[in-house]
Every structure is written in C-alpha cells, then in structure tokens.
Ligand binder design. Sequence first.
Ligand SMILES: Nc1ncnc2c1ncn2[C@@H]1O[C@H](COP(=O)(O)OP(=O)(O)OP(=O)(O)O)[C@@H](O)[C@H]1O
Length: 254
Amino acid sequence: MTQLSVKNLSVEIEGKQLVDAVLFDLQPGEFVGLVGPNGSGKSTLLRAIYRVLKPESGRVIHLGDDVWKLTARDAARRTAVVAQEQMGEFDFTVRELVQMGRTPHKGLLDGDSTGDRDIVDQCLEEVAMSHCATRSFLSLSGGEKQRVLVARALAQQAPFLVLDEPTNHLDIRHQLELLDLIRRLKITTLAALHDLTLAARYCDRLAMMHGGTLIAVGTPAEVLTADRIREAYGVEAEISNYDGRTRIDFDLKR
Ligand SMILES: Nc1ncnc2c1ncn2[C@@H]1O[C@H](COP(=O)(O)OP(=O)(O)OP(=O)(O)O)[C@@H](O)[C@H]1O
C-alpha cells in the first residue's frame, strides 16, 4: 500500500501560487529528499503535508485517509515533524522537551510510564544528546537544539517523519549521523535537504522543486542531471560517480 499520496496539491498565499499542482507518492519505508533552490516552495509544500498551511486544492492522503480530515491527535500519531521555526521560546529541559513527543499517545491525565521514559532515553541516545538531558533547551547550541528536536520527533514513534532542513546547523559528523540514523530506522521520511551530494547518497528517491512545481521525481541518478540542476539552480554541474557515490562539482559558469 502506498503510504502517502500527494494529489495535485496547490497552495496559494496572498494571490501567489507557491505550490502548483504537486503530485507524488511515498512508499512505506522510503526516504525521499525534497530538493530545490531557495524559495522554490519546499517548506510550503511540507507545511501543507503536515497540516499547518491549508492547501487551495488537492489532497494529502496518508494510509488511505485525508490528513486534513483527521483530528489533531490522530494526525500527531501519524506524522512527526521537525520544522525550521520550531526552536521555541519557553524554556524546558532537554528531557522534558523530548517527553512532549509522547503526548499524542497519552490520555489527558496520564503521567509518564516507564515505557515512555525508556523511549525518551533511547531517542536521546540515538542523537547523542543523553549527556544534556537535564540542560535547559534554550542554553543549547543551534546544532544541539536541532538534534533534540529530532529526538522529540522520534519519541513520537509516528510512521511518517517530515523534516525541514534537518541538517541545518549540524557539523559534518552530525549531518552524516542524522542521515544514517534516518536510513537505519526505515521510517517513511520526507526531508527538505540542501546538500545534493548528501541527498543523493542517503535518499532512495529525490523530488526536485522549482518555482512551486515539482520538476522531477526519481532516483538520485535520474533527478540530478546537469540540465536539471542548471534549470533549477542556474549553475553548471559536473556529475561523476566515484565508488558508487555521486559527486557533483558546481560552477557559476561553464
Ligand atoms: N506567508 C507567506 N506570504 C507570502 N509569501 C510567502 C509566504 N511563505 C512563503 N512565501 C514565499 O513562497 C516562496 C516559497 O517559500 P518556501 O519557504 O516554501 O521555499 P523553500 O523552497 O523552502 O526555500 P528555502 O530553501 O529558502 O528554505 C518564497 O518566495 C517565499 O518568499
């Protein structure tokens, strides 16, 4: 069964078409990278998928149900999100913040069970942040905050993960570790990514946006061609394959 179907999704804000009739499917366990230049509509598309921005038309079907018709609680059980503007202003400890990921699974008056605590511990461990469990979230560095937000999303144990530039703020080691973790967990994931080389290496498929439309969906090798990179990003690209890994050299001019 297809896990997620995005059907002719269009988003308009103040009369501007930001996402135009986007159509694609995600299969269970797939890691799909959403790529495209600044302002191409990646975050807007993701917001419509995780129910923050109501689409003008089209539908988002998750496991057979229209996500816009689910209750907020049901939606949170199905989709975990690491968004860009989620850093928050209220101060919690790292552990409290990750515990919030368990909320959709609990009743109004339920405390934290041992099971919940174990899940929180394990998620902090996954992102190598256990040593900061009692620290104030606001005192963390940008990259540490990002990893805690990933831990919170993992603690939600939703079958679908949406990440908006999850490697933002991360140093190279933590970028590799995070992408590796997502691959290992085999949760169906849609992630906006800027680094095309890393996207090619870790994603099963890529979806490329340009000017609000999806211009290509396919394997990294199918999507990342010099012509398409020129069309979307306005740069020249030389693509090579070294030991089965895609390498891309970029240039402003040929
Ligand atoms: N609330 C809004 N009102 C008006 N324009 C908006 C609004 N939100 C986004 N836009 C515009 O829509 C376009 C797409 O923005 P979006 O954030 O989806 O792009 P993106 O591909 O995620 O970009 P980036 O790579 O820079 O994060 C941009 O031109 C942006 O300025």
